[in-house]
Design a protein around this ligand. Structure first.
Ligand SMILES: [Zn+2]
Length: 511
């Protein structure tokens, strides 16, 4: 875009004022900051805004609701967005806790993905640097999703402020996405058409660093429960009359563990036995095992078939029936857009790492000591822009992979955690609450909002990401891995959440 001299002058002035606000190093000058971008940064820097969203994040942390049970968490975000004039559609794609909040109208349409679900078994006291559950056995926010849904809401509201003050045309949409931890919602949201007409999507995750990347990453997944049905009998009196469904589960697991040798090294495979009978003296006539099968997009379906054969073989061997193969979720790898990642990265450099207090460093060091990690405290510098891996070696997954194949998408990783802590672990729960978490989510919100207004006000930036995406899509057309009639598993955490909710309610921190 050609800029008039007067406009450049205004940019330079604003860039100067931002240097003063953020303390951004003089020798590494920030790129010019447009008035629209400055508007979102200023709004998010207001102390009352930082405080408000910190409290919302802490509240969601205390609710720690499991996938598809996030009633309070989603309601809090919905109320926050509605109070700012967003129009919210609720209960979408067959999931009561799924929502889309929109502000503005017409093109361009910029989406941001919001998550808010917790993980089982990770309850932990806030900012306590050793393992100490708040409610023993209860869920906890071991992946920082309390910060993410909150950061996205803050970012979207900041964009709304800029849209009002600078007459920016377009639509900002928050995609309230349940049950990311069990990889459920996005394929259903895509299938329901929620991303139709969306030009570009910003995804995000908490991290102990501040960075982004592009290219293919993570694993595609089939999450499947295999259920076997046999016959009960007295385990001592007449075991020959029984057919043990648990035997079938165990034989299936033996077969899949032998299968590992002959799967490509890109795979990951792990399981839990969710039903193994009730008592040793009754031959179990029903047993279930829940698998995550992970691989590349290209190798996933073949792996699914081979594991299914292990289940069939186990049923044949034990004289039981493989009575149900229930696909809980099925997702693609993430295919992150380079143009969008570069835009995010420029804004990461602009916003910079938050300034941490001595207390925050001390807490981080205490946690690092407990974990046997280097006692470095909080991170002080932003990371490098991640490049695609040369040899892919598998790893964790995110169900936003499906979104990356229907709209140009990239993922911001913003600082909310302490370096050295582990994901899906009590240490992440311990540091996901309070001042450093709040500062981290605020920095993340700034980058997302700045990137969104840039995409809305600079057509060439949006065009670049769209062009790259359309080119990429030719070789990677989207086809869901979900079976055609698959429904979201609304019941999956109903009992577990119900069991812990009353004890957890006593510890709710309301905003
Ligand atoms: Zn996560």
């Amino acid at each position: 875009m050609q800029l008039g001299i007067r406009r450049i002058g205004a940019f330079a002035l604003l860039a100067g004022s931002l240097l003063a606000i953020t303390g951004y190093a003089q020798e590494n000058p920030a790129p010019p900051v447009s008035p629209e971008k400055q508007c979102v940064l200023d709004w998010l820097s207001r102390p009352e805004v930082v405080e408000k969203f910190g409290k919302i994040s802490d509240a969601i942390w205390s609710y720690a609701e499991l996938g598809l049970q996030e009633y309070r968490s989603s309601e809090l975000l919905i109320k926050t967005l509605e109070a700012e004039g967003f129009t919210v559609e609720k209960g979408l794609a067959g999931m009561p806790t799924c929502f889309v909040a929109s502000y503005g109208s017409g093109k361009p349409v910029v989406g941001i993905l919001a998550e808010y679900d917790a993980l089982p078994m990770l309850s932990q006291k806030a900012r306590t640097p050793k393992q100490e559950p708040l409610v023993a056995g209860a869920p906890g926010h071991g992946c920082g999703h309390n910060l993410m849904g909150t950061a996205v809401s803050a970012a979207a509201i900041a964009v709304k402020e800029a849209m009002e003050q600078h007459q920016i045309k377009g639509t900002i949409k928050v995609f309230g996405s349940p049950a990311e931890e069990i990889l459920i919602s996005r394929p259903h949201m895509v299938r329901a058409g929620l991303f139709e007409g969306v030009d570009v999507v910003i995804n995000n995750h908490t991290s102990s660093g501040f960075t982004t990347s592009y290219g293919v990453n993570g694993s595609a997944v089939y999450s499947v429960v295999y259920t076997f049905t046999g016959k009960t009998a007295h385990s001592a009196g007449g075991p020959w009359d029984g057919r043990s469904a648990l035997d079938a589960v165990e034989l299936m697991n033996v077969a899949t563990n032998y299968l590992r040798e002959h799967l490509h090294f890109t795979h990951r495979m792990h399981y839990v036995i969710t039903d193994g009978g009730e008592a040793p003296n009754v031959v179990p006539d029903r047993a279930s095992v829940w698998y995550f099968l992970r691989n590349t997009d290209e190798r996933l379906e073949e792996m699914y078939e081979r594991v299914l054969n292990c289940a069939k073989g186990a049923a044949l061997a034990t004289g039981t029936e493989l009575s149900e193969v229930r696909v809980i979720g099925a997702i693609h790898q993430a295919h992150e857009n380079k143009g969008l990642a570069e835009l995010l990265y420029q804004n990461i450099q602009l916003v910079g790492m938050p300034q941490w207090t001595e207390d925050e460093h001390q807490f981080a060091k205490a946690l690092q000591k407990e974990l046997g990690k280097a006692e470095k405290g909080m991170p002080t510098e932003v990371g490098k822009l991640g490049k695609p891996a040369v040899v892919y070696t598998g790893g964790p997954s995110s169900d936003h992979g499906d979104v990356t194949l229907v709209a140009p998408t990239a993922t911001l990783r913003f600082p909310g955690g302490v370096p050295g802590t582990a994901g899906h672990h009590w240490s992440t729960v311990a540091c996901g609450f309070g001042s450093s978490a709040s500062k981290g989510l605020n920095a993340g919100a700034k980058v997302m909002a700045a990137t969104a207004v840039e995409l809305m006000t600079q057509p060439e930036s949006l065009e670049k990401t769209r062009k790259e995406f359309e080119e990429y899509s030719k070789a990677h057309p989207y086809k869901s891995f979900l079976p055609p009639d698959n429904e979201p598993p609304l019941d999956i955490y109903e009992d577990l959440m119900g069991r812990f909710r009353p004890a957890m309610e006593k510890h709710y921190v309301n905003p």
